[in-house]
Every structure is written in C-alpha cells, then in structure tokens.
Design a protein around this ligand. Structure first.
Ligand SMILES: NC(=O)c1ccc[n+]([C@@H]2O[C@H](COP(=O)([O-])OP(=O)(O)OC[C@H]3O[C@@H](n4cnc5c(N)ncnc54)[C@H](OP(=O)(O)O)[C@@H]3O)[C@@H](O)[C@H]2O)c1
Length: 265
C-alpha cells in the first residue's frame, strides 16, 4: 500500500535521542526515507536499524558535531556525495543552558548559539535552494515556548529560540511561492534528555504541571509541517500560556518566566 511520503527523503538533525527520534518515526511511518544526524554514532545506528525494520524504509546516518561553524557546509556536501535528495529538513538538534548569564562561560554560549541558530540557518539556506528549484519542500524549525518571552536563567537559549521563531515564520512567507514551506514548532516542557543536558535536574512545579511526552509533541509537529502551517505550539496548556502571555507587559512576562523556570524541587 502506498504511503503519503513514499519516495521522499527527510533529514533530521538531533535524531539520536528525544524529539528527533520521534520526528523520524513519524516520517518513516508515512513512508519517507530518513537521514539521521547527531554525534552519538551507536545510538543513531540503533534508531536507523529499528526504523528500517519497523517501517520498511531506508535509513542512513551521519555522525557529526553540528555546533562547529563548518558543520552546515560539511553536512550538505556529505548528503550530496551520498546521492541523497533532501525533500524534508527538520532542524531539531539543540540544547539549552540553565544558569545565570555570568555563570555560563562564553565558550558554552557560543557553542549553543552555533548549534541552535547558525547551523539551522546555514542548513536551511543550502537545502531550501534545492527544494525551491525542484518546486517541493517541507522544512521544520524546532523553537520553543521560550521563544515567546525573555526568560531569565535560560536567557541566551530563549533568545536563540526567539530568533528561530521569527526567522522561520518570515522565510515561510518567502518560500511559499516556490512550493516550499517552513513550519516553526514550539514545544513546551517535553520528557527528553533536554533538562539533564541543560543542567536543570530538578523539575519546577510549572515543568511538572505542563510536561508532555515526546511522541505526542512530534506527532503534532509533523502533522503541522505536512499541513504547511506557519507555526504551532503543541499541547493545550502550552498554547494557552503563550496566548495569555501576549497580553502581559514584557516586564511581567519576564517575571512569570523567572517564577516558573527558576527553582527545582
Ligand atoms: N525537551 C524540551 O522540553 C524542549 C522544549 C522546547 C524545545 N526543545 C527543543 O527541541 C529540540 C530537541 O531537543 P530534545 O528535547 O529532544 O533534547 P535531547 O533529548 O537532549 O536531544 C537533543 C538531540 O540533539 C543532538 N545534539 C546535541 N548537541 C549536538 C551537536 N553538537 N551536534 C549534533 N547533534 C547534537 C543530540 O544528539 P547527540 O548527543 O548524539 O549529538 C540529540 O539527538 C531542541 O532544539 C530543543 O531546544 C526541547
């Protein structure tokens, strides 16, 4: 039986764990071949093997540190060299840093900005041009509900996601006439390795109240991308919070972010 994405190839960054694995699952279940990218080679291979046997698709892997400035160009060259045509791009790899600005080294801020901002922009610039020439492409940028307000203790991270949200929605407008759409997915708190790698091991009351599982978030995100929506906030509580936030003065929404994200326990 033919599936919706038969014959399409999707490249998913950050596909060794968390949301990236579930995005890949959603696409493979619809018949897309997948290219999985992250640093942990063994994890990538395990995900690829499972997807191939579960969904009867081809799954390739590229082991790469995407936080390096040259990573976007290298990944593009590698994918072309392997004769892949990328029809769907999911810029999902990313991490956050929990901590006050002065407590985090410049090197950590820099690495995060490379991975969360510069590499997604570079990959989109490279792959979207090919998609536009062919007249078909679907792109997803993974931002965050942190993109909706200044968030003390996640200041650089939430600002990086604000960039992705604003830029992703803007280029969606420009790419549409070429048959390409760009959907910004803004997850709220999601059960993955994210908070451990951010250094926030204790969940706050807000995080406990609103947490979603990554399969549900990925399902909503992929559906929105395939429907060519400009952006989406998965989950009723998250959507309600971001809607409510629009009516708050910015000073107040900054306080709310502080109160909801500061202390674990
Ligand atoms: N979980 C949440 O609550 C939440 C909320 C809002 C937004 N988000 C966003 O959702 C996206 C996915 O995060 P997640 O929650 O699934 O986190 P996760 O479980 O920590 O997964 C992050 C993925 O990114 C990869 N990655 C990290 N650094 C990398 C690097 N330098 N080069 C290549 N790949 C790298 C990791 O693989 P390797 O370690 O193998 O490289 C992993 O596959 C991120 O953009 C995050 O900001 C998450």
């Amino acid at each position: 039986m033919s599936k919706k994405l038969d014959g399409r190839t999707a490249l998913i960054t950050g596909a060794s764990a968390g949301l990236g694995v579930d995005f890949a699952d959603q696409l493979a279940a619809r018949g897309a071949d997948v290219i999985l990218v992250a640093r942990r080679e063994e994890k990538l291979r395990q995900v690829a093997d499972r997807l191939q046997s579960d969904h009867d698709i081809n799954a390739d892997t590229v082991t790469m540190d995407l936080a390096r400035p040259e990573a976007g160009a290298e990944l593009y060259a590698e994918v072309i060299d392997r004769d892949h045509q990328v029809d769907i791009l999911i810029n999902n790899a990313g991490f956050g840093i929990w901590g006050d600005f002065l407590d985090v080294s410049w090197s950590e801020h820099h690495t995060m900005l490379n991975l969360d901002v510069l590499t997604p922009v570079h990959l989109t610039r490279l792959f979207a041009e090919d998609m536009a020439e062919r007249g078909w492409g679907r792109i997803m940028q993974v931002a965050s509900i942190g993109a909706f307000q200044p968030s003390p203790h996640y200041g650089t991270y939430s600002a990086a996601k604000s960039f992705i949200r604003s830029w992703g929605e803007a280029i969606d407008f420009e790419l549409r006439p070429h048959g390409v759409s760009c959907t910004v997915v803004n997850p709220g708190v999601t059960e993955t390795e994210f908070f451990d790698s951010a250094g926030q091991t204790q969940r706050t009351w807000f995080q406990k109240l609103t947490i979603m599982d990554s399969q549900t978030v990925a399902k909503i995100g992929v559906k929105a991308m395939l429907k060519q929506r400009m952006s989406i906030v998965p989950g009723f509580m998250n959507a309600f919070n971001t809607w409510l936030n629009r009516w708050f003065p910015r000073r107040l929404s900054r306080w709310v972010a502080h109160l909801t994200m500061k202390d674990g326990g």
